[in-house]
Write a protein of this length. Structure first.
Ligand code: BGC
Length: 521
């Protein structure tokens, strides 16, 4: 059996530094950038089950839903216009993350966050006051632009700020905010849907202005990362900042490595074209496959459409929204488990355990829905225990995702790219993520209509593939300083063929046996 996990724990490098209150608070504020993304994920699915909203903007869907009451449940929400409402945002996010790459690199991570907040605010404002479908779509495009900027910059910011031993935990603050955003949105939908007069959806959509303000203000008060300051020529300030962040005076070694990484980075004129070089093959592969796999877990079927899905399988509108709240709570709780475990148990363990858990649950849910709804989608009366079992397994599935692919889908890419390609590669990560979020959102209702319960088996198949991929191809990155990451590829049974020692003058070149050697810079 090859050494599939890559190097052992640690690199032999141990930069001094603590988890200072300063860095903790900074990371918490920055991580709140995930709120806008989460709020939107949670709000859109719920809003599309609100009858007044459907009647106003998507009347044909509402009429079909009314007419279909006792017929094929699998197809009652199948409408391209309705899915376009949800998914248009992701196309916008895809485009803006590419622009954000340049802003993040040239002007700093903070400015990208600021743009993210402002664009999202504008989108929320337009949506809250929408009078016609075009206003909804324009609003959603702006929200998407905002998310592209935020998701491009926040994970990088966190990984650069964090002391390497706590990088996993601090970075997952981003995912925690996403899940909190989703939960808040689900709870608000539940209450706003009850507002008499049927204008509650305006509050749901307009409410996005609050998380937008949080990231906007946050970005103004946050410091820049030392990596980014060095990259932009502010070397002395960067050193002082590093001392402040780490809470120690002895930052020489880390500082030297950051400067060296920046020198290498300056030699690169075209970060995009550069990504195609052979030595970046492992990075490029991960930048594409990790987000692709994250979306192919099928998680957003639950996140966007939990209310739709639950009402499809027989819950009343109100209890469907309530069940979405329950999965939301599980999502937050399991993310906290990940924060606790990621720097202890490592990334690979979480990926693999989460994969097995999701696979089992998807098979059970497919079997349950198949058994009751069969092929024609007409279940007759559903007993209560049945709904409870389905919700239970969906919750276990969500937990599996929330401590594996959810947070790690953002953490791992943000920590494996060398500085010279970091912004560009992160944009690829965000774009691919958004592309497949879009694809899943756009085709899910049609797939449910055609594949029926087999839809869950479709995603289960991908979960199997991605777990095998992680087992063989993803090296462990726990406890390795970010500018030292080159070594994980060099000692990997497969990726080592793509990278030469000279490729990583700043990446743990002279590794001793077992990954414990110390590099001399
Ligand atoms: C994913 C989202 C997903 C969310 C669920 C994130 O990591 O990128 O697509 O909706 O997790 O918590």
């Amino acid at each position: 059996m090859p050494a599939v996990g890559g190097v052992g724990p640690g690199t032999g490098k141990a930069y001094p530094g603590n988890l200072t209150p300063y860095v903790t608070v900074t990371c918490i504020v920055a991580a709140m950038g995930g709120l806008i993304f989460g709020y939107d994920i949670g709000i859109s699915g719920g809003v599309t089950t609100m009858t007044p909203f459907l009647k106003k903007f998507f009347r044909s869907v509402w009429e079909k839903k009314e007419a279909d009451k006792s017929k094929n449940q699998y197809c009652q929400y199948d409408s391209q216009t309705l899915t376009m409402f949800t998914s248009s945002l992701y196309l916008a996010a895809l485009l803006s993350s590419i622009v954000a790459s340049t802003v993040t690199r040239r002007l700093g991570r903070k400015l990208s966050m600021l743009f993210g907040g402002l664009l999202f605010f504008a989108g929320a404002l337009i949506n809250g006051f929408a009078k016609a479908v075009w206003m909804l779509i324009v609003g959603r495009l702006l929200l998407g632009f905002g998310i592209g900027f935020a998701n491009q910059s926040v994970p990088l910011y966190l990984s650069e700020m964090a002391p390497y031993r706590f990088r996993g935990a601090l970075n997952i603050g981003f995912q925690l905010s996403i899940t909190i955003g989703i939960l808040i949105a689900n709870v608000l939908n539940y209450f706003f849907a009850k507002i008499k007069g049927g204008w509650g959806w305006r509050l749901s959509l307009g409410g996005a202005m609050v998380p937008a303000l949080i990231i906007t203000i946050g970005s103004l008060v946050l410091p820049d990362t030392p990596n980014s300051m060095i990259e932009r020529g502010q070397t002395e300030e960067a050193k002082a900042k590093l001392k402040r962040i780490r809470g120690v005076d002895d930052v020489e070694e880390e500082f030297r490595d950051l400067v060296a990484a920046s020198e290498t980075s300056k030699l690169i004129e075209h970060p995009w074209r550069n990504l195609l070089q052979r030595k970046y093959r492992p990075h490029l592969t991960m930048a594409i496959l990790i987000p692709f796999f994250q979306q192919l877990t099928g998680i957003n079927v639950i996140m966007f459409y939990a209310p739709v899905l639950f009402s499809t399988i027989g819950f009343k509108d109100d209890s469907a929204l309530m069940s979405a709240v329950i999965t939301g709570v599980v999502n937050v709780g399991a993310t906290v488990v990940s924060i606790y475990g990621v720097d202890k148990w490592g990334r690979r363990f979480l990926f693999l355990e989460g994969g097995v858990q999701m696979l089992i649950c998807q098979a059970v849910v497919a079997a349950c829905i198949g058994a009751k709804f069969g092929i024609n989608g007409n279940p007759g009366d559903l007993p209560k225990w049945y709904a409870v079992v389905v919700v239970l397994f969906i919750c276990i599935y969500v937990a599996g995702f929330a401590w594996s692919w959810g947070p790690l889908g953002w953490l791992v890419p943000s920590e494996i790219f060398p500085l010279e390609i970091r912004s560009a590669a992160q944009s690829i990560n965000v774009s691919v993520n958004m592309l497949f979020t879009f694809a899943v959102a756009q085709v899910f209702l049609t797939m449910l209509c055609h594949l029926k319960f087999g839809l869950f088996l479709f995603f289960a198949f991908f979960v199997l593939i991605m777990s095998v991929f992680v087992y063989y191809f993803l090296p462990e990155t726990k406890g390795i300083p970010i500018e030292e990451m080159g070594q994980v590829w060099k000692t990997h049974w497969y990726w080592s063929r793509f990278v030469e020692d000279v490729d990583y003058p700043n990446g743990g070149m002279e590794m001793g046996k077992g990954g414990q050697g110390v590099k001399d810079v």
